[in-house]
Design a protein around this ligand. Structure first.
Ligand SMILES: [Zn+2]
Length: 477
């Protein structure tokens, strides 16, 4: 089906078309997102989350050979370093007229869809608030403000495929009435200025590389952002190619006239059941932090949206766990694959005991294999979701899924990889440090030893002490 947007002469051809259009805004739908020269995204689907330009634990060749990942979400804050005092390397690397600095810098494939926003997802809560002309961000060397002109200039230099518009969202605390008004006014201004600059650009070298603009919808009531939404439907509509949402409830307030736009959700669903609920409300593309978080925790996904034959045979009345914890020593001698019947590289080539062993010796390959498997399970999940919506059985299949599985993932029992960079930041002063001190036990043992062996010289013993304990004689020189 050709969407309504594509029929309007003043608008760009829409990259998004609904194959199985929903009868209303709040209903599951199947679509296709097409950018020339890039992989096609069949929706509903996920966009893979990156950290500093890469999907954690997956090198570009592993992504290419062992996953089906075709779209990446990147936060500009990951690359800023000491900007604006010093130009970050990503904005400085040479770029041929047909190239994208962003694509080159992160070694992404030519057909990967690159989605760029200001902040990582999920973002670290910053101690500073957003300002009138920019948002507070966390760079690799500390917190600072990313101002709107710098952001727009970076977009021109980086040439992503899709831009998630700058928005004034308060993370870490609920905004008051006055603050909410500011959020709307600022986001409205950012969207107007950015679309003006991007789409009325006179520089011919950049006009061919105009990114698609996804306008943010704030996590507020529609009455609080009514003027902004009206402007999105009216004046701004020709330059908007999609919507970015930060809360599943926002799916409820999308104006019907924006119903044909793809909806990308940054709502951080905690379980596949929540993913299904968002799809039921019409979410098209989702970011899913639990995929990477579970891999880090040593946990492998173990669910399928549609039941397979083995499930029917078992026909157990107790719900099954959604995932398997590989820190559990019961897997130490198991030669079974991570998930029965799984066709991913990890399950085809290795067994549970190997992953269990890799985790216990903190070998990085453990997390790589878990990531390959977990992304594969999510790929199949979304393929079956799309099939189910197209068949008209999505509601019944979702209910059966909820009955078949437990409502939450198993608790993490083992350690993940040592936390570094963004993952190690704590958002509040009173929060404990994320990493336990690596040498704590060694120091502790040494102190105890020194106490019990007071006659033994310790590293703190001075020259007199050493002489006293017969370790040597002080030289007269
Ligand atoms: Zn697998």
């Amino acid at each position: 089906m050709v969407s309504e947007a594509a029929q309007l002469p003043e608008q760009m051809p829409s990259p998004f078309s609904l194959l199985h259009p929903a009868p209303s805004v709040l209903a599951p739908r199947v679509g296709k997102f097409v950018i020339p020269g890039r992989k096609i995204i069949q929706t509903p689907h996920y966009v893979a989350i990156t950290s500093r330009g890469t999907i954690p634990h997956l090198a570009p060749d592993v992504i290419r050979e062992h996953t089906s990942i075709g779209s990446l979400y990147l936060g500009l804050e990951d690359f800023l370093e000491k900007a604006p005092q010093a130009t970050p390397p990503i904005l400085n690397i040479p770029q041929a007229p047909h190239e994208s600095r962003l694509r080159k810098f992160i070694a992404a494939r030519d057909d990967d869809i690159l989605v760029l926003g200001t902040r990582r997802t999920p973002p670290v809560v910053t101690p500073q608030s957003n300002l009138a002309n920019g948002v507070a961000v966390l760079t690799s060397v500390g917190f600072h403000h990313l101002e709107a002109p710098y952001w727009l200039d970076s977009l021109k230099k980086l040439r992503p495929d899709i831009v998630i518009g700058m928005s004034d969202i308060c993370y870490g605390y609920p905004p008051g009435v006055k603050r909410r008004e500011k959020m709307v006014d600022r986001t409205h201004a950012y969207t107007r200025d950015a679309t003006n600059q991007i789409y009325h650009e006179t520089d011919p070298t950049n006009s061919e590389h105009r990114p698609l603009y996804f306008a943010p919808i704030l996590p507020l009531e529609n009455t609080q952002q009514g003027l902004y939404l009206d402007d999105l439907v009216g004046e701004l509509r020709p330059n908007i190619s999609g919507l970015a949402l930060y809360d599943a409830a926002s799916l409820d307030i999308i104006p019907e006239k924006l119903g044909d736009l793809p909806r990308l959700c940054f709502s951080e669903p905690a379980t596949p059941q929540q993913v299904l609920r968002e799809i039921a409300l019409g979410a098209d593309i989702l970011t899913i932090p639990f995929i990477g978080n579970l891999s880090n925790a040593g946990i492998a996904l173990d669910f399928s949206f549609l039941p397979n034959e083995a499930d029917d045979e078992a026909s157990s009345s107790t719900p099954k766990p959604l995932a398997v914890d590989f820190w559990d020593p019961s897997h130490a001698i198991s030669l079974a694959p991570l998930k029965e019947g799984c066709e991913c590289y990890a399950c085809q080539n290795h067994h549970r005991a190997y992953v269990c062993h890799l985790l216990s010796v903190k070998e990085m390959l453990a997390w790589t294999l878990l990531q390959i498997h977990n992304y594969h399970v999510m790929d199949l999940f979304f393929t079956n979701v799309r099939r189910s919506i197209a068949n008209g059985t999505f509601e019944a299949d979702s209910m059966a899924f909820e009955r078949r599985y437990e409502s939450s993932f198993p608790e993490q029992t083992g350690q993940g990889p040592r936390l570094r960079g963004y993952s190690s930041y704590v958002s509040k002063r009173e929060e404990p440090k994320r990493n336990a001190p690596a040498y704590g036990r060694l120091n502790d043992a040494l102190e105890k030893y020194a106490e019990s062996q007071s006659s033994v010289a310790t590293p703190d013993t001075d020259a007199e002490g050493l002489e006293e304990k017969g370790m040597g004689e002080k030289s007269g020189i």
